[in-house]
Write a protein that binds this ligand. Sequence first.
Ligand code: SF4
Ligand code: MG
Length: 332
Amino acid sequence: QETILQVNNLKKHFDLGKGRILKAVDGVTFDVKRGETFGLVGESGCGKSTSGRTIMGLYDRTEGEVLFEGKDIHKLSEKEKFSFYRNMQMIFQDPYASLNPRSTVAEIISEPMIVHGLFKTKKERMERVYDLLEEVGLNRDHATRYPHEFSGGQRQRIGIARALALNPDFIIADEPISALDVSVQAQVVNLLEKLQEEKGLTYLFIAHDLSMVQHISDRIGVMYLGHLVELTTSDRLYDNPKHPYTQALLSAIPIPDPDIEEQRERTILEGELPSPIDPPSGCVFRTRCPMAMEACATTKPVWQEIEKDHHVACHLFNEDIDKPHDVREKLQ
Ligand code: SF4
Ligand code: MG
C-alpha cells in the first residue's frame, strides 16, 4: 500500500516565555497509507490536535518532517502550498465555530472554490454546491440558508461539504463527532465512510475516545503527553493492547453485556495528566502507570516494532531493560 503521509519525529513546542516551553508534540513518527483511516487517540491535552494542525501546516513545526506525497510540506513554496491545500483539508470539532454565521451555506461551500478559481461561472459553481449538498445528505434548498438554522449534525455535514469542495485526497478530521449527540455521531461516521468509499479519501481521524475510532479506523495511534505510545491495526489494538496506557483506555470503555462487565479486570488510571510544560523524566506515563519500574524514571522508552505493524514505546517490551521479579510475573 502506498504511503500518502509520512510524519518523522515531529515536534511542536510552544515558547510560553520565562524559559517555559510547552512540549505539545514531542517526537511523533507514523505513516498513513492511501485510502485508509488512521485514528489518532488520546486524552485532551495529549497533542493530537496540535499534531493535526502541524501536519496541515497551520503551525510551523519545531523539528521533524511532514512528507505529503513525498514532499516536505514545511518546505513548500507559497505556490506549492496553495495547491497542497487543494489536496489536504480539515474538518473541525465544532462546526458552528468554523462556519461563518453571516454567510449562507452556498457561500460557505463556494468560498474555497472561489479562492482556488475552480469554476468560470457562478452557475457551474452552484451546480457543484448542489452536488456537494446532496453528497453529504442535505439538499439544494439548504443552499440559501444560514448555519444557525441547522442542527449540530447538519452543520457538520456543511463543514464536510466545504472540506470536499476542492476534491481533496486527504482529510484531517479533528474530533468531528465529539460535540454531537450520540444519536447523530453514527450518522456522521457513516457519511464519512460512504464518502471515503466513493472518493478514495484518506482520513486522519482525531478523537479522545477509543470507542469513537474503533469502527472507522484501519490503524490507530495512541498518544500520551506529546508522544505516541502504541500504534497498530485497529483489531489488534482492541484484542491485544500492549502499552499500559492503551490497556487503561480500553478498560474504561463499558461493555454492553452486564455479565462480562461485572467480571472485567479494570486498569484504573491514578492521578492527573502531568503538565506538558514539566513532563516526567524517563517515560512520560510513569506517574500513572501501574507497571512502572526503576528504569521508567531514568530512561526514555524507545519506539520499537515488537511485531510486524505493531509499535510500542514501553520498557516492558525491551529486552535490554532489567525487570523486577513482580513485573516479570505480571507480564506472564
Ligand atoms: Fe509504564 Fe514503564 Fe512502560 Fe512507561 S515504560 S508505560 S512507566 S512500564
Ligand atoms: Mg483537541
